[in-house]
Design a protein around this ligand. Structure first.
Ligand code: FRU
Length: 483
């Protein structure tokens, strides 16, 4: 592996230069995964949006290509999706199927009248390398709505039409179309359910398999913008329910959060994953609007989460999303050390050297009688991130205030928390990269995604217990495989 620039991730996609936010147009076509992204090619802070572009054959190693979409007279290019038009419903592909991008044009007048957001199309005859904007743009406008953006489109087989979910203020509007060009309003969702802490953005609607069953349910993912009045920053909620081509109906009242960490926003899933594969693969922007423009990288800003497979798990009649990093990551890792049944006492210092640019840490921990137990990831001798399981409060705490550079934002040092049902035993999987940590609890039932800015990724880890003992039932530490 080549020597990396400061904070440059080894496993996560980051733009070569300048600013990136949301993933856009995630689609699989002819053996390639496409990742487009919100991009300001002229500065490392947010500005006039373009669609950057990268492709991958295995979801882990990405090659950045030329910019796909540039601003034009209808505005800059905000978030959106891409689909394969297999049956030429659009008329753009008389010869052979190709990609269509459905995105938001964002027009801001110089005299600062309210911005106008409309939905537009572009298509590609060369596997996404070059794009033609549709002459009939925009294809969807609204007379009054100012927040009218982030179209995610999919083919709804039962009703034989394209369906679009669109963020419309603090609701999601659903539209349908036979040809991607003519859109009909179907319904509006969300007025009286879910979190309304901020503006709703970047929706995604898809059917998801239930683990160990042939059944499926519909899932609607909705990102919620930063509300300066609250500590949470930007984050993502989801709903589980049904969809009939016209209306989405949730089957629960409580708010479900997709990630308990600060740094997973605007995530959406890939379109057109082949049936034989069958996975629903998702990735998010690994940052938070609260401090995204201030994170301490130089010349480039932001990275994506690792791609994750999503699945629904039922526990006690309730359904929630389970997330697992795609198995393609395994090729990039090799096992360094396995441990079994190691007692952690209050006096012990159980240290395991890793000294690597990235690492995967898997642990099954059990409390004997400790009030708190967990691990510290030592990035360097003085910089560490700790993960503490508190058996009294039944929470897991991730503390990054000693993880390295933190002073670029007041919010960054705040402890991140996950409520747990059972703190006597816990399974943890952590993917540690140069400037991030993705934690999956109990086989992906809960995720916590967090940026960190240490001088080095991972020197060692140590395990601890307080006011009693804990046990490492099993541990496995993996480091980069030689490629
Ligand atoms: C979400 C978002 C989208 C918008 C884009 C602009 O992070 O605010 O709603 O399309 O970013 O860059």
């Amino acid at each position: 592996i080549a020597k990396l620039e400061r904070y440059r991730p080894a496993l996560h996609f980051s733009p070569k230069q300048n600013w990136m936010n949301d993933p856009n147009g995630l689609v699989f076509f002819k053996g390639e995964y496409h990742l487009f992204f919100q991009h300001n090619p002229n500065d490392s802070i947010w500005g006039p949006m373009h669609w950057g572009h990268a492709v991958s054959k295995d979801l882990i190693k990405w090659e950045e290509l030329d910019i796909a979409l540039y601003p034009d007279e209808l505005g800059t290019i905000f978030s959106g999706s891409a689909v394969v038009d297999w049956h030429n419903t659009s008329g753009f592909f008389p010869e052979e199927p190709g990609l269509v991008a459905i995105f938001t044009h964002h027009l801001e007048d110089e005299d600062h009248t309210p911005s106008v957001q409309t939905q537009s199309l572009a298509y590609s005859h060369d596997d996404g390398r070059t794009w033609v904007k549709y002459k009939g743009n925009p294809v969807l406008t609204h007379p009054t709505k100012i927040d009218f953006r982030d179209p995610k489109v999919f083919w709804h087989q039962p009703s034989h039409k394209w369906v679009m979910v669109l963020a419309t203020g603090q609701t999601i509007s659903i539209y349908s179309s036979p040809n991607l060009k003519d859109w009909k309003f179907e319904s509006e969702f969300g007025e009286d359910v879910g979190s309304h802490d901020g503006v709703w953005e970047c929706p995604d609607l898809f059917e998801l398999s239930i683990e160990n069953s042939n059944e499926k349910k519909w899932v609607l993912i909705v990102s919620i913008g930063d509300n300066p009045q609250l500590d949470s920053g930007s984050r993502t909620q989801y709903f589980v329910g049904s969809f009939d081509g016209n209306k989405f109906v949730p089957e629960h009242d409580e708010i479900k959060w997709l990630d308990h960490g600060k740094d997973n926003y605007a995530g959406v899933s890939f379109s057109d994953i082949p049936k034989e594969d069958g996975r629903r693969i998702y990735l998010g922007w690994m940052s938070n609007w609260r401090y995204a423009n201030e994170v301490p990288t130089e010349g480039w800003r932001s990275q994506m989460t690792l791609p994750r497979e999503l699945i629904l798990r039922e526990t006690g009649g309730d359904f929630h999303i389970v997330q697992k990093v795609v198995r393609e990551l395994d090729t990039y890792l090799t096992s360094k050390e396995d441990i079994n049944n190691v007692i952690i006492g209050t006096e012990d210092t159980n240290i395991y050297e890793l000294d690597s640019e990235y690492a995967k840490i898997e642990l099954i921990l059990e409390s004997e009688d400790a009030s708190q137990y967990g691990l510290a990831i030592h990035h360097t001798k003085t910089q560490y991130t700790s993960i503490t399981i508190d058996t009294k409060d039944n929470v897991l705490l991730l503390d990054r205030k000693n993880s390295g550079k933190v002073d670029f934002s007041d919010n960054f040092s705040r402890t991140q928390k996950v409520k747990l049902e059972d703190t006597n035993q816990i399974q943890l999987q952590i993917i540690m990269d140069s400037s991030s940590l993705e934690l999956f609890i109990n086989d992906g039932e809960q995720a916590l995604t967090s940026l960190v800015y240490p001088d080095k990724a991972c020197e060692s880890i140590s395990l601890f217990a307080s006011e009693g003992m804990a046990n490492v039932v099993h541990g496995k530490f993996s480091i980069p495989s030689i490629d």
